[in-house]
Design a protein around this ligand. Structure first.
Ligand code: GDP
Length: 371
């Protein structure tokens, strides 16, 4: 039998079967490395980190996740929690507030570049802080960034310096929030550290951590991305990810609807105007996502006939595994957003009865209107 090989970067046991897990590298690369007696054995993640200063995600088991949170709680550190402002509910770390203890938290709302220009950043920052409070998290500061465009990364670094008081900094977040992109920006901005970045293990886990040294001997530590299964991203094909993770500012679309009308958001979600008075409903979703209006009475039949074709994504070949829709009905007392986690939202005027449908496992919820 072959003896277990370990990455010399993070120490993870090398494996060639699960790209999302620690220690992965392609089989062909491993074969090439083993053929060369001078080659250093790195997993793909450490290889990319070493050669391109790029971090990648790994998947966490529930046990590892708990140990990671416990490690945060046991440390005296500043916590930076990255969330996706486009999908706040899909990017909250369950129970984070119980683990951080007395450690201060900076809340970073990333992907600010995607929001429509009409949104006032100050109002959004307040909204985000309130949403965090509702989760029991009390950030010392909240900041909007665009990791992709490199916007507000300097401000974030200044804020970290201000609040850390000589402590280590842990950056935490669920996957798809842009945490890796943000860390990569930070690595680029903190010049001169190129050779100093190190990886090590969280005690008692197989999770590697990436340490970016700070001036005073402390470090900024990147923690593995945590998978949040309620995100729509887990139900679409790789090729369609752009439709659930917009890259351009969203242009809201207004529909004047009568009760008894339905809008399909491709085949991924459905909105019914059940009861009320003719009103305007504003849809916030990727500009390329197909929106199709039809009659409520025919909607079930229409979906059954057209999902995977006209109503795409999901793609036809995904249908056998695509979860059935679950329906949620609401009658908001004040103007509210009906949110399809990770896909977008529809603004509902007060007093109208509506229903939202999404694949089983994806959250549909009502929140106070953002705009
Ligand atoms: P992670 O899983 O949290 O590490 O997230 P990644 O850094 O891998 O990013 C997830 C997706 O979001 C990728 O498609 C990124 O290109 C995209 N992304 C990351 N940051 C931003 C941002 O600031 N704006 C926009 N529009 N997209 C972003």
């Amino acid at each position: 039998e072959t003896q277990a090989l370990h990455c010399i970067g993070c120490g993870a046991r090398l494996q060639t079967t699960e790209p999302q897990k620690a220690g992965y590298l392609p089989a062909a690369t491993l074969a090439k490395m083993q053929a060369d007696p001078d080659a250093d054995l790195y997993c793909q993640r450490c290889f990319r980190l070493r050669h391109y200063n790029e971090v990648q995600d790994v998947e966490l088991t529930d046990d590892d996740f708990l140990r990671l949170l416990t490690a945060l709680g046991d440390s005296d550190a500043l916590i930076v929690n990255v969330v996706d402002i486009f999908d706040f509910n899909g990017s909250v770390i369950p129970g984070l507030h119980r683990f951080v203890g007395d450690n201060p938290v900076i809340l970073v709302g990333n992907k600010a570049d995607v929001l429509p220009k009409s949104i006032n950043p100050k109002k959004l920052t307040n909204w985000l802080t309130q949403a965090a409070h509702a989760q029991g998290l009390r950030p010392v500061a909240t900041l909007l960034t665009s990791a992709k465009k490199g916007q507000q990364v300097d401000e974030l670094l200044a804020m970290i310096e201000h609040y850390r008081n000589g402590r280590d900094v842990y950056v935490v977040g669920v996957t798809n929030t842009g945490k890796s992109t943000l860390i990569n920006q930070i690595i680029r901005q903190l010049t001169g550290v190129r050779e100093l970045i190190t990886t090590s293990r969280f005690p008692g886990t197989t999770l590697d951590r990436i340490e970016i040294p700070l001036d005073d001997g402390q470090a900024l530590i990147d923690t593995p991305g945590i998978i949040h299964h309620g995100q729509m991203a887990h139900y679409v094909d790789q090729r369609d990810l752009n439709l659930v993770a917009p890259t351009k500012p969203i242009r809201p679309k207004v529909y004047q609807l009568n009760p008894g009308q339905t809008i399909f958001l491709a085949g991924l979600a459905r909105f019914d105007f059940v009861r009320g008075q003719r009103s305007g409903f504003t849809v916030y979703a990727d500009n390329q996502l197909l929106l199709h209006r039809t009659k409520l009475v025919n909607a079930d039949d229409f979906y059954a006939r057209h999902v995977g074709e006209l109503l795409q994504p999901p793609r036809a070949e995904q249908l056998p595994d695509f979860p059935p829709f679950v329906r949620f009905e609401f009658t908001p007392k004040v103007k509210s957003d009906l949110v399809f986690a990770g896909l977008g939202w529809i603004v509902i005027p007060a007093g109208q009865t509506v229903a939202g449908y999404a694949p089983k496992g994806v959250d549909v919820l009502l929140r106070k209107a953002l705009i």
